[in-house]
Ligand binder design. Structure first.
Ligand code: ADP
Ligand code: MG
Length: 581
């Protein structure tokens, strides 16, 4: 038999490896910024065009490279950061596998300039991993890397990139994580020629405020504790500042952003009883731990991590956060400017922390939405699924509707027993009504007497600008004053109280205009999901009737907007079979 095994040429293997490191523009940005940080830069400038699809440039004032290293850096496993195998187990530097640049270069057009040995500048140009040209450059300090036309030579992957809205969101996520973990570095972030962020060197709490806006200032509760296992510091956000999304959750281990379910769980558990249903706490938690006690390499993107001693860490974090929340309840005013140390020792408060309480919005009533309509119509058999059998012997004419488990509405028609999932049913009702108002372009907007003011984070503002037209088409009338959003009209079917949540939710959602579904459909789905009544909510009889009546007036009462079955029916046969079976 002839030999069939071949060693892949390095350009091919690099392209394959690229899939692991370079998933999208944001992953390139992450590698480049991490390299700049490793090069001891104190100032990093980021320039993005078209959500990174056409340009990602990172300019730093770091130590630069040697002429040879400039070439070598594009070869797989070329790294200046590992000398021996043990080094792999320490994560003091950000990258440590020496394949990021090689992978990036194999799928894009790269221009790199660097100050060589602290003297002369040098420029090289690499396309798809091949050196194209090389010359002197007049760069004065550090290194500048331009990544152009990502995936230009892998069309399948280029086509796979999502809308600018989605890619930019990922880019901003990456930027936020690195900027938060490096407040000592000055950052500038330029998107399509506009400087979106200028962050000077500052303290952690100031950095968080610079990124998330003034509003977050008074919601930061400091946390700072050294234990045998780990040092834990950072901030948790007051329960009032919790969100429907997890967008304010940041955990860093040895100053690197990570995702860890058990850490999130341990913090969330500390907030138990303090959050409204479906709300998530916010936090910026820094865990410093002996690098040999963790395994960071469980995931190629290095955001997942394993701890040797996870059970102890779980309880330490849990009780620390609880304690902080308790202390904040005892002394709720934290003024960072007066007390820059912000240290509150674990022992300082001897008494048991009291459980803080927060307001629950008991007034929320999703049915107010249609307050113009009468809810007295009795279920009509024509609307309910028909069945040849009937319960006509039943001479009790009164409609029987009741709720079970705070989750289902039970009703009957002449022939069957119907069990309706209240949440899915309400979503269907709202979804069709939103779609109707969008497509019929009917009066789908209600003017607010007092406009709602929302202060947006810069990230939200950027994302909003990408879907302004869609917001208009569903009936929002919004004007912007710097970072302040002024909402003058809102679509029918949304309550004033819900507006903030609706907007945040949409801006945090994976949103891809190039999907098969229309934007209208996306918005109608999102809005119906947010504003619908939920499982677990007790409904009075009017509300139950409202659901039943309106569900069976829908065009498609069987399925929820995301295709889940809304109700089940049991007819006479079904019931009798249960007894005979
Ligand atoms: P790693 O960071 O894992 O070593 P990379 O492929 O990201 O691998 O980078 C390869 C090498 O290129 C680095 O080890 C470093 O020596 C050099 N390098 C990359 N970016 C910079 C930069 N901005 N400044 C100085 N050196 C850099
Ligand atoms: Mg690197």
């Amino acid at each position: 038999m002839t030999d069939i095994i071949k060693i892949l040429p390095s350009d091919v293997s690099n392209k394959i490896a690229a899939g692991e490191v370079v998933q999208r523009p944001s992953s390139v940005l992450k590698e480049l910024i991490e390299n700049s940080i490793d090069a001891n830069s104190t100032r990093i400038q980021i320039i993005i065009k078209d959500a990174g699809k056409n340009l990602i440039q990172v300019i730093d004032n770091g130590k630069g490279m040697s002429r040879n290293d400039m070439h070598l850096s594009f070869i797989k496993h070329a790294t200046s950061k590992i000398n021996k195998i043990e080094d792999i187990f320490s994560i003091s530097s950000m990258g440590f596998r020496g394949e990021a640049l090689a992978a990036i270069a194999s799928v894009s057009m790269v221009e790199m300039e660097s100050i060589i040995d602290n003297q002369n500048g040098r420029f090289i140009e690499i396309n798809g991993g091949e050196l194209l040209s090389e010359k002197d450059s007049n760069i004065q300090e550090g290194t500048s890397i331009k990544i152009k036309n990502i995936f230009y030579n892998v069309p399948a992957r280029r086509n796979f990139l999502k809308s600018d809205f989605v890619e930019l969101r990922h880019i901003l996520d990456v930027f936020h994580r690195l900027a938060i973990s490096h407040p000592e570095i000055e950052f500038s972030f330029i998107n399509n020629e506009e400087e979106i962020f200028y962050l000077k060197e500052e303290s952690l709490n100031k950095r968080i405020i610079s990124i998330f806006g003034e509003k977050i200032r008074e919601n930061l509760i400091p946390i700072n504790e050294s234990t045998q296992i780990a040092n834990i510091s950072g901030f948790v956000l007051k329960p009032e500042f919790s969100k429907k999304s997890r967008s304010n959750q940041f955990v860093f281990v040895n100053n690197r952003f990570i995702k860890s379910q058990f850490i999130s769980h341990s913090i969330s558990a500390s907030f138990e009883g303090l959050l409204k249903d479906g709300y998530h706490p916010g936090y910026f938690l820094f865990i410093e731990i002996d690098p040999t006690k963790i395994d960071v390499n469980v995931h190629p993107n290095k955001t997942e991590i394993k701890f040797d001693d996870d059970q102890n860490l779980y309880s330490i974090i849990n009780s620390l956060v609880k304690h902080c929340l308790g202390i904040y309840q005892v002394s709720p005013v934290l003024d960072f400017d007066k007390d820059p140390s912000m240290d509150i020792s674990y022992d300082q408060v001897k008494s048991q922390p009291t459980n803080p309480t927060i307001e629950i919005n008991s007034e929320f009533n999703p049915f107010k939405v249609f307050n113009g309509e009468e809810v007295s119509k009795i279920i009509n058999d024509d609307m309910a699924p028909s069945n040849e059998l009937n319960f006509e012997d039943d001479n009790n004419q009164a409609l029987k509707i009741f709720q079970i488990l705070n989750k289902f509405i039970v009703s009957t028609n002449k022939s069957s027993l119907i069990i309706i999932n209240q949440n899915l049913a309400h979503r269907r009702i709202l979804y069709e009504s939103f779609l109707k108002s969008i497509f019929e372009n009917s009066e789908n907007s209600q003017k607010l007497v007092f406009p709602i003011e929302l202060s947006l984070t810069k990230k939200q503002l950027l994302l909003y600008n990408k879907i302004i037209d869609e917001f208009k088409s569903i009936g929002f009338e919004i004007s912007l004053k710097n970072e302040l959003m002024l909402i003058e009209s809102i679509p029918f079917g949304i309550e004033k109280n819900n507006v903030e949540e609706v907007i945040e939710n949409i801006l945090n959602e994976e949103f891809n205009v190039s999907n098969d579904f229309s934007t209208a459909d996306f918005f109608a789905k999102r809005l119906s999901k947010i504003t619908s009544i939920k499982s677990g909510q007790k409904l009075n009889i009017d509300e139950q009737e409202y659901i039943v009546n309106h569900l069976f007036s829908c065009k498609e009462p069987n399925l929820s907007p995301d295709n889940k079955q809304i109700f089940i029916t049991l007819n006479k046969n079904d019931i009798e079979n249960k007894f005979n079976g």
